[in-house]
Design a protein around this ligand. Sequence first.
Ligand code: PEP
Length: 251
Amino acid sequence: MIKKLIIANWKMHYGPVKAGAWIRAFRRERLPKDMDIGVAVPHVSLPATHASLGRASVPLIGAQNAFWKSDGPFTGEISPDMLKELNVTFCLVGHSERRIHLGETDEMVAQKAAALQAAGIQPVICVGENETEHKKGETLKIVRGQLTAALSKIKTSGTSIIIAYEPIWAIGTGNACTPSDAKKMHEAIRELLNKKFGKAGQTMRIIYGGSVDAHNAAEYISTSHVDGVLVGSASLDPCAFGLLCRSAAIS
Ligand code: PEP
């Protein structure tokens, strides 16, 4: 059975001071033991986050982006090797906000995912259709296309990967995809993973993201083929995020 996973995505919130405070507050939360919990942190806040975590192992610390080269003349970029030095265990790749605002292409996402895997960091590959594509009934075609591209350089034998299905129209809108629609997409994604990776594909986690909160998290987590959730806005308050994690465990 796949262990469920909840990831907080702070996006561009919390510099080092506030990040440290969030972690200290979250450490006081009672947390379920039967699931993994992670937090995707802005790069500049990674050291403070680790310092506040101390010897605690929850939450797992992740990043929100990485470049595909290990070093060189790429001003402003951060490499997977640099993240590894900061004990980052996972990293988001291809979040729709980066695709939309920074022009990240499927090819860039593929290179980033492969570079992270090579560095021993779990890529969390984000895919999802926009509202127009959704209304036109193109969801499956779009997600399959994004995923096929993103997985093109991934090695079956390397560090395990995570897929996050995040319909763009559901992100930050309060208009979540229904668990039954999410289930259909997750089934299709699982089929693709099985076809590409064989047995290894069966254990790769597929999580859902898009307006998940403490009221609906349990429903997603208990839906078959949904191996966890990626949480944006509802993760910004450490106590509310702790409550969300507990609510999901009761399912
Ligand atoms: C996200 O940014 O990945 C996300 C799912 O955001 P929200 O939970 O705010 O919809």
